[in-house]
Design a protein around this ligand. Structure first.
Ligand code: DAT
Ligand code: MG
Length: 150
């Protein structure tokens, strides 16, 4: 639906490489509505919970170490099919397989340094939004909405 929400996070490499503004700009220009955003250095336990589904993978310890290497920029974006569309905008998990024009396809090369996270299902998006924004998110109406949706 047009009120679908997704959790998008610029990872430490994306923050260090100065790509926060670029990633925000892409979601803004596409027509998504920013409803939450913050720069945060999460505790290890929060990252382990975020990536709990991957805890048995051999790359898990390295993934957590990388995610702890600097602050991340956490965001919630709302709009038409936000979860699926957000994943398309990010590109494939492995940047070598990401299409040009996607965030990973334009700015990354290595799977372990792929710049950004995006929720993969609506159910996971809801879990991730409550994990990263337990304080809740801002409510406001987007004035340009009638120009973006029929
Ligand atoms: P995605 O981030 O596209 O949802 P995922 O949930 O399968 O991908 O994995 C989460 C992150 O873990 C991914 O963005 C980068 C890292 N990762 C995944 N597969 C990896 C691998 N084979 N080697 C190293 N890191 C990997
Ligand atoms: Mg994932």
């Amino acid at each position: 639906g047009i009120r679908e929400r997704t959790y998008i996070m610029v990872k430490p490499d994306g923050v260090q490489r100065g790509l926060v503004g670029e990633i925000i700009a892409r979601f803004e220009k596409r027509g998504f509505k920013l409803i939450a955003a913050k720069l945060v250095s999460p505790p290890k336990g929060q990252l382990e919970q975020h990536y709990a589904d991957l805890s048995s993978k051999p790359f898990f310890p390295g993934l957590i170490k990388y995610m702890l290497s600097g602050p991340v920029f956490a965001m919630v974006w709302e709009g038409l099919d936000a979860v699926k569309t957000g994943r398309v905008m990010l590109g494939a998990t492995n940047p070598l397989q990401s299409a040009a024009g996607t965030i990973r396809g334009d700015y990354a090369l290595a799977v372990g340094r792929n710049i950004c996270h995006g929720s993969d299902t609506v159910e996971n998006a809801e879990k991730e939004i409550s994990l990263w924004f337990p304080e809740g998110i801002v409510q406001y109406s987007l004035l340009q909405e009638t120009m973006i949706f029929e």
